[in-house]
Design a protein around this ligand. Structure first.
Ligand code: UDP
Length: 404
C-alpha cells in the first residue's frame, strides 16, 4: 500500500472515505484488474486513468493499464464511430469494419496474456471493444466503460457495436441519459476530478493573484469567468451578450478562457467571432490558452468570483466540477451533466438565455454572502460526489458485486 498517496487524499476527503476504500480493496486484494484504452495522454479517459490507476495501486490492488496502438486509418474509423455514437451519420462501410477488427486482432496478440490473467478487464470506449470477440472461452469478467453520450446514436454503427458490447458482463455509463438497452447490468458512474492534479490542487495566494497582472485584469473589479473550448455548444456568444447586459448595472470584468482549437477550423472562426464581439468592451477579455495551461486555469478559477458554463449542450461539464471544487457558485446552462452538478439556488443557478445569465451574474456579484454560501455548498457537493475517491469506490463496488 502506498501510504503517502493515501495520506494526501485522506487530508482532503477524510479518513472515513479512505478507510472505506481500504476495506473494499482488501476484499479484492487477490484480484488482478486490467484497464485497456487507446491513449496514454490527452483526453478525459487518459486523464482519469492517470489518477485512478495510482490510487487503486496505493490501495494495494493489482492494476495494469494497457494501451492499444493503431495506425491512422484505425483512428479515423474509431473517430467516425465516436461521432456516429454521438448522433452524426458517418460513412460506415465493410472496409471500416475490417480496419477496426484487424487492428484489434493485431493488438490482441500483444495483450492476450494480460487479458487472460486478469480477473476484471475494463475496456474503455469503442476502440478496444472488439477484443472481447477474440476471447470466446474467457473465464474472467469484462466490463465496457463507455465515456460517450449514447442517447441518440447513428443506428447502423450502434447496431454493429451493440453486437460486440452485448458480450460484456456489464457496462458503465456516465449518466442515465447516455445509456442504451443492453442485455447485461448497466452501472451509472459519473466522471470525477482529482484534487491533487495541477488543475485542482491548492495554489499559493501569490500565484492566484498573479493572473491579474498577467492578463491585464483590474484587481479592484470582480471577475466572472468561463473556461471552455471555442465551440458553439459552449455558447461563447451568449456569454459575451450576458456580460454586456449585466455590465450596464454592475461593474465587473469577464474572462472567457479557451483554447485547444488549433486542429479545429470551426474553433478558430468562433474565436475570431468572440474576439470581434468583445473588442469594444475593455472589461471583456478573450484568452487563447495552450493545451497544457492547467495551472493557469486553476489560478483563474480560484481568482474568479463567479463562474459561468452557459453551454447549450454538454456531456458532463468538468469545468463546472473544477470551479465548484474551488468554492465558486456556477451559473450553468440547463443541460446534460450540468444539471447533476448545479443544484438550482444551492450550488449555483441553471439558466436558459443570456438575459437569465445576466440576471444571475448581477445577483451573485451583488450579494456577496449568498455567493460565499453557495460556493461552500458547491465545494461540499463536489467533495461528496465528484472526486476521484468516489469514482474508485464505484469501481470497487462494481467488482465486489461480481464476487459476492
Ligand atoms: N480545458 C483546458 N483548456 C481550455 C479549455 C478547457 O484545459 O482551453 C479543460 C477544462 O479545464 C476541463 C476540460 O478541458 O478540464 C473540458 O472538459 P469539459 O467536460 O468541461 O468539456 P469538453 O471540452 O470535454 O466538452
Amino acid at each position: 500500500m502506498n501510504n503517502d498517496l493515501l495520506a494526501k487524499y485522506e487530508a482532503i476527503v477524510g479518513s472515513d472515505v479512505i478507510d472505506q476504500l481500504k476495506q473494499m480493496a482488501s476484499r479484492l486484494k487477490d484480484a488482478r484488474i486490467l484497464h485497456v484504452n487507446s491513449t496514454r495522454y490527452g483526453g478525459g479517459v487518459a486523464e482519469i486513468l492517470r489518477s485512478m490507476v495510482p490510487l487503486m495501486e496505493a490501495l494495494g490492488l493489482s492494476v495494469r493499464w494497457e494501451v492499444i496502438a493503431g495506425d491512422e486509418p484505425f483512428f479515423q474509423v474509431t473517430k467516425s464511430f465516436h461521432n456516429a455514437l454521438q448522433g452524426f451519420p458517418v460513412d460506415f462501410t465493410p472496409g471500416s469494419i475490417e480496419t477496426y477488427e484487424n487492428n484489434n486482432r493485431k493488438e490482441f496478440e500483444k495483450l492476450e496474456k494480460f487479458l487472460k490473467e486478469a480477473d476484471f478487464v475494463v475496456i474503455h470506449d469503442p476502440q478496444p471493444a472488439f477484443l472481447i470477440k477474440l476471447m470466446p472461452e474467457r473465464k474472467n469478467k469484462w466490463v465496457w466503460r463507455c465515456h460517450i453520450d449514447l442517447s441518440k446514436p447513428y443506428r447502423p454503427v450502434w447496431r454493429y457495436l451493440k453486437n460486440i458490447v452485448k458480450d460484456y458482463d456489464a457496462s458503465i455509463f456516465s449518466m442515465p441519459d447516455f445509456t442504451q438497452p443492453l442485455p447485461h447490468p448497466q452501472y451509472i458512474i459519473p466522471p470525477s476530478i482529482d484534487p491533487l492534479t495541477e488543475k485542482n490542487m491548492d495554489l499559493p495566494e501569490d500565484e492566484v493573484k498573479a493572473v491579474y497582472d498577467r492578463f491585464g485584469l483590474d484587481p479592484e473589479k470582480p471577475l466572472v469567468l468561463q473556461v471552455s473550448r471555442y465551440d458553439r455548444f459552449k455558447d461563447p456568444v451568449g456569454v459575451i451578450q450576458a456580460a454586456i447586459m449585466a455590465m450596464k448595472f454592475i461593474p465587473f470584468q469577464l474572462v472567457y478562457a479557451g483554447g485547444g482549437a488549433a486542429d479545429d477550423p470551426e474553433g478558430e472562426i468562433i474565436y475570431q467571432e468572440v474576439q470581434a464581439l468583445a473588442k469594444a468592451h475593455p472589461d471583456i477579455h478573450v484568452l487563447y490558452l495552450p493545451p497544457d495551461a492547467h495551472r493557469t486555469i486553476n489560478a483563474l478559477q480560484r481568482a474568479a468570483h463567479v463562474v459561468l458554463q452557459k453551454s447549450i449542450k454538454e456531456g458532463f461539464g468538468l469545468t463546472v466540477t473544477e470551479a465548484m471544487w474551488k468554492y465558486k457558485p456556477v451559473i450553468g446552462g440547463d443541460t446534460g451533466g450540468i444539471r447533476l452538478q448545479v443544484v438550482n439556488h444551492h450550488t449555483g443557478f441553471l439558466v436558459h438565455t443570456p438575459e437569465g445569465t445576466a440576471l444571475r451574474i448581477r445577483y451573485l456579484l451583488f450579494y456577496q454572502e449568498k455567493r460565499n454560501e453557495m460556493g461552500k455548498k458547491a465545494h461540499q457537493f463536489v467533495k461528496e460526489n465528484f472526486l476521484i475517491t468516489r469514482h474508485v469506490r464505484d469501481y470497487l463496488s462494481l467488482m465486489l458485486s461480481f464476487i459476492s
